[in-house]
Design a protein around this ligand. Sequence first.
Ligand code: HSE
Length: 338
Amino acid sequence: MYNVAIVGATGAVGEELFRVLEEYNFPVKKLVPLASARSVGKEVEFKGETLKVKELTCDVFEKEEIDIAFFSAGGSVSAKFAPCAVKAGAVVIDNTSYFRMDKDVPLVVPEVNPEDIALWRKKGIIANPNCSTIQMVISLAPLHKEFNIKRVEVATYQAVSGAGKKGMEELFEQMRAIFNFKLDKVVDEREVFQYQIALNVIPHIDKFMDNGFTREEMKMVNETNKIMHSNIEVAPTCVRVPVLRSHSEAITIHCEKEVDVKRAREVLESFEDIKVIDNPEKNEYPMPIIATDTDYVYVGRIRKDLFDNKTLHFFNVADQLRVGAATNAVRIALKWIE
Ligand code: HSE
């Protein structure tokens, strides 16, 4: 049994972590919810018990004898407090981007590169990848093994939960204003996204870099190859859409071998975390309303390119708070304790 801390306990991912730890029956001896001073005393539920949020300080990990610390409170919090947790003897499973590209920190999707967890000893930290990367590599891994992927083109349709609770609230507020015909109010209710998100799509997530790509897009480029130990060319366009908590991705893979739709379905289905929904005759394909609140990456619309027999297209959807964050983190922890 383990003493577990959740840093960022009142955020969207933090709250999901409580649910997933409970659902996966993680061997928790004591659960310690941690957050900044302004959230201290807030109540969270775990296994029917009410726990009070404690203040995140450097010495709390030693005081509470923490074995596993999940961090999901932003990169600057991880930078400051993860070393305190490690020093106190805990393993850190970090959901932020802060340590992801550090060569001494494994970046892990347990179904794709579980062996990398062994590198945790180098710094005491295991990084959880970006949500859009996790769901993409889960669907790429079996296809890469079969067809040898050289290049990926991907357009994402990312839910507002990717921007945290405030992003979700912003969509709700704007929808309410639209519903009440307070159209002038819609744009006022804006703090998180660059433009109105209700009834809109925004081809911009995180900061623009000098090369014209966004930080979110560059995460997909760099993290994919670190996880897959590959040098696949990844060309992403990341787009925010007014969906609550499941990200979708339209993906094209260019391969070294000729692709085959039937074989692609078979290898995708052989992965435990993937469900193929792909029946055009019955209008069946993955959508956010199917994926929400589940732990699967749903894949469909699988088709061979019209002009190039080494190119395959498909569409995938997954709950970004679970598959893209909390569930992946808990699965890392389950492998770590094995
Ligand atoms: N950066 C992602 C988003 C969240 O904004 O949707 C996934 O970690």
